[in-house]
Design a protein around this ligand. Structure first.
Ligand code: UGA
Length: 423
């Protein structure tokens, strides 16, 4: 099938390169000319395992192209994915500015083409956005009617950073929200080789499935962190508790790793956007409020434990292992490390830090830290905080050190003083 992807960010690229690898013909559109040039040379603008290999292969086989010319891409595609970002406004609600722009541009480009192209929203948008914002703009700018001159679907992504391509090829499910059967059939065709359930719904149900899934996973993490905070006071290992709980198939063992909380570009933003939408509708989302409040305090628990061993941080050197919001990525957006390092500096500590991938991104926020070339160098400090569970941290020699662990690195238990954040 001929596919265009509007927005060559993280989701757009993983999706575009994924479909190209499956034999489809993909044109990726982006406004950033430098990004487009790089992509056409086989250089992905973000770090993601396997992305470069798949991109290069797709380019060699002429199944992938990046361009700034939206009109040309739209005119020749059967499916058009909208993959632009949905940032937050200051009140936490979703800012539809890029969605609106993409809808206008795609509408314009569909003006003088025939057929039944299916515009598919893959960006994470609050329930009601496709019907309330995307369709009216497509109709106004194309002069065609949705369901007559073009089709519309919502097809949320469930990719995890650091595993985006393997998640793309092996999804647990595919959700197709459809305006009409014809739109849904076209998208279904695209996913027919995937070995997983395909659920077809209406447009806003598909939008809600995405938010509900992220909100549930976020809640699961805050839940186990709360149990962990109680366990810590009782001298119980929350990881053993989680193992016992996870054996119940209704609970499942996944996403029960207690620690310093969730970060990244999705969970915090999506939960806040859902809360903002609920409030607009006159509903107070009390559970989601608690999920976020717990998550905001969780990094500070690590500092409480640190103060137990070093009551005054002034003039002390604190080593920080891990800055990324999770291993396998260079992303530090909403990472617990930002809160923790900010607090350490405020209290007068000097901070030495190491992360195998995220130091460049972190340096833009905190240029004043001492960034180390190797993890071992960080160990030479008054106390060490573990903030991301990178594999290489399992191989360090922690003997003789004071370690406060936010991510459960077993090896660190050999430290002279060891405290887990909630175990
Ligand atoms: C998340 C979802 O897992 C994806 O399904 C979804 O597509 C994506 O958001 C999105 O909406 O785009 P991602 O943000 O890449 O993916 O990261 P996760 O692997 O879900 O981890 C999120 C955060 O939760 C990390 O900070 C991680 O350290 C934390 N976490 C995760 C825990 O603290 N404990 C756990 O047991 C699991």
């Amino acid at each position: 099938m001929k596919i265009s992807i509007v927005g060559a960010g993280y989701v757009g690229l993983a999706t575009g390169v994924g479909f190209a690898s499956m034999g489809h013909s993909v044109i990726c559109v982006d406004v950033d000319a430098e990004r487009v040039r790089k992509l056409n040379r086989g250089e992905p603008p973000i770090y993601e395992p396997m992305l470069e290999e798949h991109l290069r292969k797709a380019l060699e086989e002429n199944r992938f192209e990046a361009t700034t010319e939206l009109g040309r891409a739209i005119r020749q595609s059967e499916v058009i994915f909208i993959c632009v970002g949905t940032p937050s406004k200051s009140d936490g609600s979703m800012d539809p500015v890029f969605i609106e722009q993409a809808s206008r541009d795609i509408g314009q480009a569909m003006k003088d083409r025939g057929g039944y192209p299916v515009v598919t929203v893959k960006s994470t948008v609050v329930p009601g956005t496709t019907e309330g914002v995307v369709i009216p703009l497509l109709e106004r700018n194309s002069g065609k009617r949705a369901g007559a001159g073009f089709g519309v679907c919502v097809n949320p992504e469930f990719l995890r950073e650091g595993q985006a391509l393997s998640d793309f090829f092996n999804p647990d499910r595919v959700i197709i929200g459809e305006l009409d059967g014809r739109s849904g059939d076209t998208l279904h065709q695209l996913y027919r080789d995937f070995k997983c359930p395909i659920l077809r719904t209406d447009l806003k149900t598909a939008e809600m499935i995405k938010y509900a899934s992220n909100a549930f996973l976020a809640a699961k993490i805050s839940f186990i962190n709360e149990i962990g905070n109680i366990c810590k006071r009782l001298g119980i290992d929350v990881y053993e508790v989680a193992r016992g709980m996870g054996l119940d198939r209704r609970i499942s063992p996944h996403f029960l790793n207690a620690g310093i909380g969730f970060g990244g570009s999705c969970f915090p933003k999506d939960v806040r956007a859902l809360m903002a939408r609920a409030r607009e509708l006159g509903y107070e989302p009390r559970l989601l409020e608690a999920v976020m409040a717990l998550n905001e305090d969780q990094p500070l628990r690590l500092l409480e434990l640190l103060r137990k061993h070093l009551p005054d941080l002034r003039g002390r050197t604190i080593g920080v292992l891990g800055l990324a919001f999770k291993p396998g990525t260079d992303d530090v957006r909403e990472a617990p490390s930002i809160r923790i390092v900010g607090e350490l500096l405020r209290e007068g500590a000097a901070v030495k830090a190491y992360d195998p991938k995220a130091m460049d991104n972190f340096r833009r926020i905190f240029p004043q830290l001492q960034y180390c070339g190797r993890a071992e160098e960080v160990l030479d400090s008054d106390a060490v905080l573990i903030l991301t569970e990178w594999e290489e941290f399992r191989r360090l020699d922690y003997s003789g050190k004071v370690v406060i662990d936010g991510r459960r690195i077993e090896e660190a238990r050999k430290a002279r003083v060891y405290e887990g954040v909630c175990w």
